[in-house]
Every structure is written in structure tokens, then in C-alpha cells.
Design a protein around this ligand. Structure first.
Ligand SMILES: [Zn+2]
Length: 312
């Protein structure tokens, strides 16, 4: 199977993704699916085991193995997913910590094992940018993984990737938050004008975990920012927001907009299994299911997905 070279990992540039040509992807064609994963977070398990979650660990064999299993499972899926979106916390080492470079290198090595015809869509997480990002940490991320926010079309469906850290704490880069806000306003207007079949958002930090009015904590966005985004999304017709960060499955809805929180490929903080979510997009609906990596490696999942695609 053809595999990507390390420097061939596709990066979003100029606020879009060249894997999908905008001029060819405007029209709805037929149901398809994609795979969502989150938080491979190389280094968290070790850091968690030694009770030091913040500063990064020096071993990540287990996360490496799990991410390899994820890549192998995705490669053998039939039918093939349109893309694999990785919703942030690619690695555990925060900007400026010693293990970061090796973690980035190892993750890129694993991801180059993904079949060439399945693009990876990168979403930035708090560990990738820092809890309080700066222009420098964001620039570093963009160099390594591509633009921190961008949009792309697949078969009439409009996808938006956001930098949720700018909504968590933009105190050290307020102008970058303003720039993303202005861009988001334009994109949501485009979603309305071009009458996309669906609009779907990817971001690392969930807007909320279970209820749109829940209290703010580490795992969701602050209430006023959350409600502002929910209203903007809902008015523009966004159907679903997919995120990670929680290391558990969760979710809820707000005026018909579904918030989907997926557990981690790597370290689990609850009772879920290491896994990935398959998201089937049909003319009318967005149907999704979280699979453990073991289930996904099973050839039966392809049939399962085909059935979902054909039923809806
Ligand atoms: Zn996170």
C-alpha cells in the first residue's frame, strides 16, 4: 500500500486543504463517511501514571502503539473514509518542554503509515498550542501541522476547523482571536450563501460536554463565549460540532445542533475504550458511532458502515 513520506503529510495552507478541490467539491453527490479521532497525546499516560500531568513524560510507547493500531485499522476499512480528522492534543509535551520534538517526530512517523488516499485533517489542541497560546506557539504549530483554522468542502458538505484555544484564553494573542472571529463570520456567511448540504465544525475543546448551560470548567468553553458560538453556528445551519479533549465520550444538543465529544485514541480518563468515531454523512443526516480500536480492526465494521450509508 502506498504510504506518505514524512514531509508529505498534507498541511492546511491559505486557510484551506488542497486535498479537496473547492471547485470540484461543491455539489452533493452521495453519502460518505469520515473518521474522527482525538488526543493521541503522546506522553500523557506516563505523565498521568507518575502524577505529573502538566510537564510531559519521557515515554510514550503505549500511545505510539495505539496510534499505530488506529492507522492500521483505518487503512483496512472498506469502503474508505474520505478523511481522518485528528481533533487535537496530538502530543502531550507543552510548547517549550523537552520531549516535544521527539513526540512530534514519532507521531508524524506513525501518521505517514496512513494510506495515501486518506488525507489527515489536523486540529490544534491545548497541548499543541499551550493553555495560553502566544503568537509564537501558534506559529510553531502552523509550521509543524498547518494552519490552526481553515475550511474545506467535501461533496457539498462544508467543514470548518477552529482553533478553540483562542476561545479558551486569548490574553496573549487577542489580535489572533479577532482574526479568527472575522474569518469565521465570513465562512459562516459562505455556508449560508452556497447552500451547503451540511456544515460541520471540528475543534479540540468542546463547547459543552452534556448541556449548553452547564458550568464552565477545564473541559468546556466559558459560558458567554460558548453561547455566542452556539448561536452563530446554529443561525448558519451548522449541524454538528465534533471535539475531543475530555478523554471520555459525551455530548448533547442545542437547538438542533449536536455537540459530539469523542474519547481519546490515547489515555482514557473514564470508562471508554481507546477508539475512533465513524461519521456517516447522508443527504439528510449525520449519523455517528464510536468504535474501540479492536472493533474497528475487525472487518465487520465496513459492512456496518455500508449499511448505515445505504439505510439513510
Ligand atoms: Zn486537551
Amino acid at each position: 500500500m502506498a504510504q506518505k513520506e514524512q514531509d508529505e503529510l498534507l498541511k492546511a495552507r491559505d486557510r484551506t486543504l488542497s486535498a479537496f478541490r473547492e471547485d470540484l467539491e461543491q455539489e452533493w453527490k452521495a453519502p460518505f463517511y469520515f473518521i474522527q479521532g482525538a488526543d493521541p497525546q503522546f506522553g500523557l499516560m506516563k505523565a498521568y501514571a507518575i502524577g505529573d500531568c502538566g510537564s510531559g513524560g519521557d515515554e510514550w510507547e503505549e500511545e505510539l502503539r495505539l496510534t499505530q493500531q488506529a492507522v492500521q485499522a483505518i487503512n483496512q476499512l472498506n469502503p474508505k473514509p474520505k478523511f481522518f480528522v485528528l481533533c487535537g492534543d496530538l502530543i502531550h509535551g507543552m510548547p517549550g518542554t523537552p520531549w516535544r520534538e521527539a513526540q512530534v517526530r514519532d507521531l508524524k512517523n506513525v501518521l505517514t503509515g496512513l494510506s495515501r488516499d486518506i488525507p489527515v485533517v489536523f486540529v490544534s489542541g491545548n497541548h499543541d498550542l499551550g493553555n495560553t497560546p502566544t503568537p509564537e506557539t501558534i506559529e510553531d504549530y502552523c509550521q509543524q501541522w498547518g494552519d490552526d483554522y481553515f475550511s474545506f468542502w467535501v461533496a457539498g458538505v462544508f467543514f470548518l476547523v477552529l482553533n478553540s484555544q483562542l476561545y479558551f484564553d486569548a490574553s496573549k494573542c487577542p489580535e489572533l482571536k479577532q482574526a479568527q472571529d472575522a474569518w469565521l463570520g465570513q465562512q459562516l456567511a459562505i455556508a449560508g450563501e452556497r447552500k451547503c448540504r451540511h456544515a460541520i465544525v471540528f475543534q479540540h475543546i468542546p463547547l459543552f460536554l452534556k448541556a449548553s448551560d452547564e458550568d464552565h470548567d477545564y473541559f468546556n468553553l466559558e459560558k458567554s463565549i460558548r453561547l455566542e458560538l452556539l448561536e452563530k453556528f446554529q443561525k448558519a445551519g451548522v449541524k454538528a460540532v465534533f471535539s475531543g479533549h475530555y478523554h471520555r465520550n459525551a455530548g448533547g444538543s442545542y437547538k438542533g445542533l449536536e455537540m459530539v465529544v469523542s474519547s481519546a485514541i490515547g489515555c482514557q480518563l473514564g470508562e471508554d475504550t481507546h477508539g475512533l468515531r465513524a461519521v456517516v454523512v447522508t443527504a439528510e443526516k449525520i449519523v455517528h458511532r464510536y468504535y474501540s480500536l479492536d472493533e474497528l480492526s475487525d472487518h465487520g465494521v465496513g459492512k456496518d458502515l455500508t449499511a448505515l450509508i445505504n439505510q439513510n
